[in-house]
Design a protein around this ligand. Structure first.
Ligand code: BGC
Length: 757
């Protein structure tokens, strides 16, 4: 009976029942007044998002190094088809003056030459900074930001990205990515905050607060776009935009909370999952878009498709016979805006569908209300573009320093035999490996170009790992031979020769920048040439320090065994080379901790919060969990002692909160930071419980000899899971509290939870 009632609620069309309400009633009134004056064609135009190059001279896939708006195309799109949103760039990154010039032309036309003068909403991917504006600050990618375990860095990234996007006249950012991902084959893990729901939720919420500044109309704020609703990050076969198999209760427990929290923080736009979950493409998943997002969560903003995904419903997902039918399915499922992006076809098809009575006008009105409300909240009617001169800190040293700080706190020391790191000044180093000598391997995709591969767009004056090491250690102390490209041996003999003349080998291993389909791989192992390079170099007897620059955890077991130290640098961004050199020479004491489980074998994939049964070994014991490194691991050049965990009660009842305290001492002789992690384990549950689940974390700084007490407050929700009826429940029984600075050293306490409801 309960289930039937739930289903009925979920199927109620939100657009028919609840007009969008904004906290600002004057905006509501303005939206209604404007909507009342709009024709059908003007309304569907607002729901249409096209690429910039669709209004520029030349072809859509425009490789030119300058773009010019084609006034005939602009007129056609804005006047004939009333297009309301434009996005993206061509191949090269324009600078902020050029962005001003381009967007001003568009907005001047929209405001003065169209009947209703509605400004265009311009959107772009500011994935790790306003990367598509030449000269902007490039931050560590999200995965590295997560490795800082400090939401203040996500906040800063959001804040500065907004500032620099606004300096480029762009008010809408297709970020952050809030997909939780535990599929290491998937090439977009670097765009996420990793495999844990709680960490992703904290980081995502901080990003939104930084980016939106509690006032979308503020000079430095942009509207965020949460991506990609929902379940995109866990494709079953590891390939981008393929099928994920995720039961509803797991979608709710592991994948929904980051979106839910970001919406609470005021996020007003959401982009859909370009893949499918349980066979249902993200773009037609009415139960999740209408039902959960707009219904249950009460999301008042608008939902945009991902790139060209309506036509993919026809030829890729094969759930619609033609694009018109696909348009109807997606719009009725709750998609409010379509990133077409090539042409006006969506507007044309949708107009026909409404005229034929296949899509009700109420649905169109609902979508347009949502879109206009965001435009009003952004203040676009009053200020449709900005003056770059009002943003003097764009690309400044001050912002570069923020990026550097984030990078230096993300770098994660995973192995350090015999304290080989930090290196002594004067050590003769040999730098090798395919990713040492280029900025592209630090920044990854979504940098100056989508692929992140084009070297011609790299900034001058920024340092690769090799250049930063030369600057730090001095030319006479640094030798270099690449040894291999990403997958082919190139100068092994030279590498061996240089290594023999050095004290230490720094092998920079990893993968080339890539995202989306080009990031698909068939083998999680690092290419054999790179492993072979390490094997051959190890024969010199010189100690090897491996520095990893990679978007996902590539298996490197054989090389790892031959190394003395491993430094994970993820994709640390523009200042990453300097940060790596500072970590290697001890000017920065590393404090990053892994935001995912690093596999040892490509055929043994776990997430840290797996079920006990997943770790059953060949002898039927439950000790098979044996990744290369664990989620939450990260070493320091000092040592920390965690002691005396305490909880305030042995028996917790509903509505009580649990207080946990633990003492932490810096027992070494350097100042340093560590991350105290709090996990919970439900000992017995009606659905097989996770072996543990992160419920709190705190990054603290301690001077040598200094101690601190770290406290956590845990509410009942942290004990809950989503049951077979898709409801959050906490079951009576014993729970463990596990606390420590590494999942390898957790201390535990137990309490009994009595559910009194
Ligand atoms: C990606 C999105 C991105 C969009 C616009 C898509 O292909 O999946 O993450 O925001 O393109 O560039």
């Amino acid at each position: 009976m309960l289930i039937v009632a739930l289903v009925l609620v979920l199927q109620l069309p939100v657009w028919a029942a609840t007009p969008v309400s904004s906290s600002d009633t004057t905006i509501e009134v303005k939206v209604e007044q404007l909507l009342a004056r709009m024709t059908l064609e003007e309304k569907v135009g607002q729901m249409t998002n096209i690429g910039l190059t669709a209004i520029c001279k030349g072809p859509f896939w425009n490789d030119a190094d300058s773009l010019e708006i084609d006034t005939a195309k602009l007129r056609y799109m804005l006047q004939t088809w009333h297009i309301g949103s434009i996005q993206g760039k061509g191949k090269y990154p324009p600078d902020r003056q050029e962005w001003h010039h381009l967007i001003k032309q568009i907005q001047d036309y929209a405001l003065t030459e169209t009947r209703l003068g509605i400004p265009v909403l311009y959107g772009i991917d500011g994935v790790h900074g306003a990367g598509y504006s030449a000269g902007s600050t490039l931050f560590p990618q999200e995965i590295a930001c997560a490795a800082t375990w400090d939401p203040a860095f996500a906040y800063k990234t959001g804040e500065i990205t907004s500032y620099e996007l606004k300096a480029s006249s762009t008010p809408w950012n297709y970020a952050p990515v809030l997909d939780v991902s535990c599929q290491p084959l998937w090439g977009r893990i670097f765009e996420t905050y990793g495999e844990d729901t709680y960490l992703t939720t904290q980081m995502g919420a901080a990003y939104v607060e930084g980016a939106q500044q509690n006032d979308l109309s503020g000079k430095d704020a942009t509207a965020v776009c949460l991506k990609h609703f929902i379940g995109y990050g866990n494709p079953y076969n590891g390939k981008d935009r393929s099928t994920a198999i995720i039961p509803d209760n797991e979608l709710r427990q592991y994948y929904l909370p980051p979106f839910q929290e970001a919406i609470k923080k005021g996020a007003l736009t959401v982009m859909l999952n370009s893949g499918s979950v349980n066979g249902i493409p993200g773009h037609v998943n009415s139960r999740w878009i209408n039902g959960v997002l707009k219904g249950e969560l009460g999301f008042e903003g608008f939902v945009i498709s991902d790139w060209d995904d309506i036509s993919k419903l026809v030829d890729v997902y094969q759930v619609a016979a033609n694009v018109k039918e696909a348009t109807k399915l997606a719009v009725m499922a709750g998609m409010d805006m379509c990133m077409v992006p090539y042409d006006e076809s969506f507007a044309k098809n949708l107009t026909e569908l409404v005229n034929e009575g296949q899509v009700p006008m109420a649905r169109i009105d609902d979508a347009v209300r949502r879109i206009l409300s965001v435009k009003y909240q952004l203040g676009l009617f009053e200020k449709p573009y900005t003056n770059p001169a009002d943003y003097p800190l764009f690309g400044s040293e001050q912002f570069a320093m923020e990026s550097y700080l984030a990078a230096s706190e993300s770098i994660t020391l995973l192995k350090n035999n015999h304290g080989i790191l930090p290196l002594q000044k004067g050590t003769k180093i040999m730098v090798t490996g395919p990713v040492a000598a280029s900025l592209n391997y630090l920044n990854g995709a979504w940098s100056r170009s989508w692929s992140g591969l084009e070297e011609q767009y790299n900034d001058t004056g920024k340092l690769s790992v090799l250049e930063a090491l030369v600057q730090k250690a001095g030319t006479k102390n640094v030798r270099y031979a690449a040894g291999t490209s990403i997958d082919t041996m190139i100068d092994l003999k030279d590498a061996i020769k240089q290594a023999k003349k050095s004290d230490v080998i720094i092998a920079c291993l990893g993968e080339a920048p890539a995202t989306e389909k080009p990031s698909d791989i068939n083998d999680l192992d690092l290419p054999p040439a790179q492993i072979e390079l390490v094997k051959q170099l190890s024969k010199t007897g010189k100690p090897i320090i491996i520095v990893l620059l990679e978007g996902r955890p590539r298996v490197f077991r054989e090389a790892e065994k031959l190394s003395e130290a491993v430094v994970m640098a993820y994709l640390p961004g523009q200042e990453g080379g300097t940060a790596i050199a500072d970590v290697l020479f001890g000017d920065v004491n590393p404090s990053g901790h892994l935001p995912y489980t690093y596999p040892r074998y490509s055929g043994a994939i776990w997430k840290y919060n797996h079920k006990a049964s997943d770790a059953m070994d060949r002898n039927f014991s439950l000790n098979g969990f044996n990744p290369q490194y664990q989620f939450g691991e990260g070493m320091s050049y000092t040592t920390f002692q965690v002691s005396n965990p305490e909880i305030n009660t042995d028996t917790l009842s509903t509505d009580d909160t649990l207080q946990v305290t633990v003492n932490v001492k810096n027992s070494g002789n350097r100042s340093g930071k560590t991350v105290i992690q709090l996990y919970l384990k439900d000992e017995v549950a009606s659905l097989s419980p996770d072996v543990m689940r992160l419920a709190g974390f705190s990054k603290i700084a301690l001077e040598p000899g200094e101690s601190k007490t770290v406290s956590f407050t845990v509410d009942n929700h942290a004990l809950a899971f989503v049951d077979r009826q898709n409801k959050w429940v906490v079951e009576t029984g014993t729970f463990q509290v596990l606390v420590g600075d590494s999942p390898k050293r957790l201390q535990s306490k137990k309490f009994y939870y009595q559910n009194s409801k």
